[in-house]
Ligand binder design. Sequence first.
Ligand code: ADP
Ligand code: MG
Length: 244
Amino acid sequence: MSDLKVDVTNLQKSYGENHVLKGIDFKVKNNEVVVLIGPSGSGKSTLLRCLNRLEEPTSGSIVIDGQDISSKGTNIDKARENIGMVFQHFNLFNNLTVGENIMLAPVELGKLDKDEAKYVSENLLETVGLADKFDAMPNSLSGGQKQRVAIARALAMKPDIMLFDEPTSALDPEMVGDVLEVMKELAKDGMTMVVVTHEMGFAKEVADRVVFMADGHVLEEGSPKEIFDNPQNERTQSFLEKVI
Ligand code: ADP
Ligand code: MG
């Protein structure tokens, strides 16, 4: 058994004429935190969404935990149960309480019965600092609180990898820290994570590896120190000058 959690080889994705991913090789080890950076439109979200087949790859292979998720025989619903995803815009169900949002998937998919799910949800809410919000409606929460609920909801399925697509980009600045703190704790606990973010402080502190994408290619990758202190590629250099 390899220690690769994610093994993407020569991934190509086009939307019609728009060739977005142009041969991506992307690997994530167990317990590794990879931060994916790059200019808007470079294909970061598309790559993330291909990993759980929210997008259908045009060609190439995506192996997660030794299982080729693009092969016909793969049960993608089963594979997705182990892949948590957190989006920029939370995507909570606004007609359900916070607790119901978190309990929904594990109960519907038969992973937990209702009592277990309630217990797990309460614990997760405590972990993300929202122990008193079980019965609250999402619309009564701030953006940062909503995002922490979204993280708890993803964790309720006990995923072994978490994908974050700009989880703090839609938040007011004062909300960003609490969400990053929850993500840091997750990383500390050994969660395998792929994080698309413009929070370079988070990348420096938490990432094991930083991957720079532009125009559908991975142009450079390395430790945070390598990428931030001594970027080799001209595109990486000019990107970092703009964002830091
Ligand atoms: P990033 O996340 O790095 O900003 P995206 O993966 O969102 O980049 O987008 C890369 C390119 O793919 C853009 O040109 C975008 O317009 C296009 N694209 C993304 N999603 C879709 C979609 N669902 N349908 C058509 N084109 C899309
Ligand atoms: Mg994006």
